[in-house]
Ligand binder design. Structure first.
Ligand SMILES: Cc1ncc(C[n+]2csc(CCOP(=O)(O)OP(=O)(O)O)c2C)c(N)n1
Ligand SMILES: [Mg+2]
Length: 323
């Protein structure tokens, strides 16, 4: 299969755009927290504050036609894969204008037209889906890659092992992106995994594994690019291990009694992916404030859009129920 050569790094203007995208996701999720606490949003919501570089760095490395599957912590992936903030916020408000037409909510965000096969409330749910999509691409001879995001906790789930085993056996164009934030709900990794380096799990299937700092968006992009080129070139699936940090609780409202507050504060002060890129690009306070105002306006607009949306009709409640 002929593979186009892609650039492996981002230029300055692209990095400025990346900064804007990460800031938009951060402000969007802060607004989600605020609206949830105010009682506007139904359900059980998880934000990925601190993990923005994973979503943005990986999704920026994708090509048109590539597909992703996401997790219960899906807002960043969804925005980074191209869903408009209005459609995402409308979904969180349960409106017909939402990306899942109000049927899904935070843990069931779909946008198939933009290559997003969906978020998954079931931990590990996206992994076999991605192996299947990648198998279809291989059988059809299409130069597309299927990519799954999942957390460290998900590596303990049966579907993780089944999906990686078959992907490697069939040599399908799949990329498995582990967002290793070292927590599964309130359980630290040392108490849910017998091994310290989760890349070893991929190596057990004979799969190529790459490891990267998930707080450095440039490094994430480069690593994802490498993995995607490898998979697209017919050389088999790749496991990408991103070490990242969940600044927030497991869910909105989590009192985090299980976590050392000083350590969490220190991580936030020193390992914020947005601040790290901002420093690298030497963005002035004035320019950053302007960028912030621009994305905040988009987020505020999404709330207005969502509030003015259409409630689903009660008679349509069972419309998409098949079993
Ligand atoms: C099959 C299944 N088991 C358990 C749960 C409950 N649950 C929801 S999130 C979560 C932790 C997942 O941890 P991880 O995969 O590391 O993702 P993170 O929350 O850190 O992003 C668990 C156990 C679930 N939703 N699905
Ligand atoms: Mg985790």
């Amino acid at each position: 299969m002929a593979v186009e050569q892609h650039r492996t790094s981002l230029g300055k203007s692209e990095l400025q755009d990346v900064l804007r995208e990460m800031l938009l996701i951060r402000r969007f999720e802060e607004k989600v927290e605020e609206r949830f606490r105010a009682g506007d949003l139904p359900g059980f919501l998880h934000v990925a504050i601190g993990q923005e570089a994973c979503a943005v760095g990986v999704c920026r490395a994708l090509e048109d036609g590539d597909v992703i599957a996401s997790t219960h912590r899906a807002h960043g992936h969804t925005l980074a894969k191209g869903t408009h903030p209005n459609e995402l916020m409308a979904e969180l408000y349960g409106k017909q204008e939402g990306c899942s037409h109000g049927y899904g909510g935070s843990m069931h965000l779909y946008d198939v037209e933009r290559g997003n096969l969906g978020a998954n409330a079931v931990v590990g749910g996206g992994l076999p889906q991605i192996t299947g999509a990648a198998l279809a691409f291989k059988l059809r001879g299409e130069p597309r890659v299927a990519l799954s995001f999942f957390g460290d906790g998900a590596t303990n789930i049966g579907t993780f092992h089944e999906a990686l085993n078959l992907a490697q056996l069939w040599q399908v164009p799949a990329v498995f992106v582990l967002e290793d934030n070292k927590w599964a709900e309130s359980t630290p990794e040392s108490q849910h995994s017998p091994i310290r380096d989760l890349s070893e799990r991929a190596k057990a299937f004979g799969m190529k594994a790459l490891k990267a700092d998930g707080q450095d968006v440039e490094v994430v992009y480069r690593t994802a690019r490498k993995a995607l080129d490898h998979a697209r070139g017919g050389e088999g699936p790749v496991f990408v291990h991103l070490e990242t940090i969940r600044f927030s609780g497991h869910y909105i409202g989590d009192p985090q009694v299980y976590r050392d507050r000083d350590e969490a504060r220190e991580l936030r002060e020193t390992r914020d992916p947005i601040e790290l890129l901002r420093a690298k690009l030497e963005v002035s306070d004035e320019d950053f404030a302007a960028l912030d105002a621009e994305v905040t306006e988009i987020v505020e607009g999404s709330v207005e859009f969502a509030k003015n949306g259409t409630d689903p009709a009660p008679e349509d409640a069972l419309k998409n129920v098949y079993a």
